[in-house]
Write a protein that binds this ligand. Structure first.
Ligand code: NAD
Ligand code: ZN
Length: 277
């Protein structure tokens, strides 16, 4: 998909941008404020939800660009690139060891719980695509879930490509249980690496009636481009974020506030309008 597909700019306020045929899917539509656009849809079946670090912030996990633009005190380039892993594997492995160990001290919050409820109760297709490497979605009970940037509790063999569940420290040189190469690394998608399951994500976006982005800055690609892809395929788009993000202008509607409040409210709204099975 070239840039031309994304060439239209949909400011985050003002009149609708869709053709009549599309709006016909949602019953009678008269122009109304964007604040109510997503709320009035009654025929949504397929939902894709993208989550980012902001959904885990209220659980006590730092977002990517905290104070000073650092991630847990480190420059992103020092802990989140293949070059950093090659230059200082001890530092990079230790960084993710600490993040993995810290998971035992945090719990899912109301936003994770609400998405898990939606996953259980939504009768249509649903996919939660998380950029997060924590395990809070699955601990809340979500199962229609995909970790596009990897997971702290997994190790990846750089030689044979096998993945393993991993709960403890992972020192550089740890042998792979499958091929014995001393090449296990944290299963984290670094900058410059291709996120996981992109084909599955694009297929879900192509079928989506609604795309919802929660707690993500819209600065990390390709995830930041999903809103435009979903729009181009004909989905409605909703952002739930603490403050305006880099991508806010691309959404039909943005609701600003903490995920712990906004997500349960939105889930309640969706389930009260759910389509019949
Ligand atoms: P980001 O840190 O770049 O942006 C976080 C966004 O969340 C910001 O727009 C911020 O305004 C918003 N936010 C902060 N607190 C919020 C709250 N309580 N409710 C709602 N929104 C809130 O995160 P990103 O866009 O996900 O990109 C960061 C990258 O870093 C991702 O690729 C991710 O893999 C990685 N990361 C993951 C974790 C995690 O697993 N929990 C934590 C930090 C970084
Ligand atoms: Zn191996």
């Amino acid at each position: 998909m070239g840039d031309g597909d994304f060439g239209r700019v949909f400011p985050n306020a003002g009149p609708v941008r869709r053709n009549c045929e599309h709006w016909g899917r949602f019953g009678s539509y008269a122009p109304r404020s964007r604040a109510t656009v997503v709320a009035v849809m009654t025929s949504i079946a397929n939902i894709v939800i993208l989550t980012g670090a902001g959904i885990s912030a209220e659980s006590g996990i730092a977002t990517f660009r905290g104070p000073g633009g650092l991630w847990e005190g480190h420059r992103v380039e020092d802990v989140c690139t293949p070059e950093a892993l090659a230059a200082d594997p001890a530092l990079v492995h230790r960084f993710y060891d600490l993040r993995r160990a810290a998971l035992s001290k945090v719990s899912p919050n109301a936003a994770h719980e609400a998405l898990a409820r939606l996953d259980r109760e939504w009768p249509g297709a649903l996919l939660i695509v998380t950029q997060n490497v924590d395990d809070l979605h699955e601990r809340a009970g979500a199962s229609r879930l995909l970790h596009m940037h990897g997971a702290l509790k997994q190790a990846l063999c750089a030689v044979c490509g096998e993945r393993f569940e991993w709960y403890d420290a992972l020192p550089p040189g740890t042998p792979c249980p499958a091929c014995a190469a001393p090449a296990l690394r944290p299963d984290i998608v670094f900058f410059g690496e291709i996120p996981y399951q992109m084909e599955r994500i694009e297929a879900a976006l192509a079928e989506a009636d609604l795309f919802v982005s929660i707690g993500t800055s819209g600065a990390v690609y390709p995830a930041a481009g999903f809103v435009r892809m979903a729009s181009a395929y004909g989905a409605e788009t909703l952002e739930l974020n603490l403050d305006r993000s880099d991508g806010s202008g691309w959404f039909d509607e943005s609701r600003l506030g903490p995920a712990g409040q906004l997500v349960p409210q939105w889930v309640e709204q969706m389930l009260s309008r759910r389509p019949a099975r």
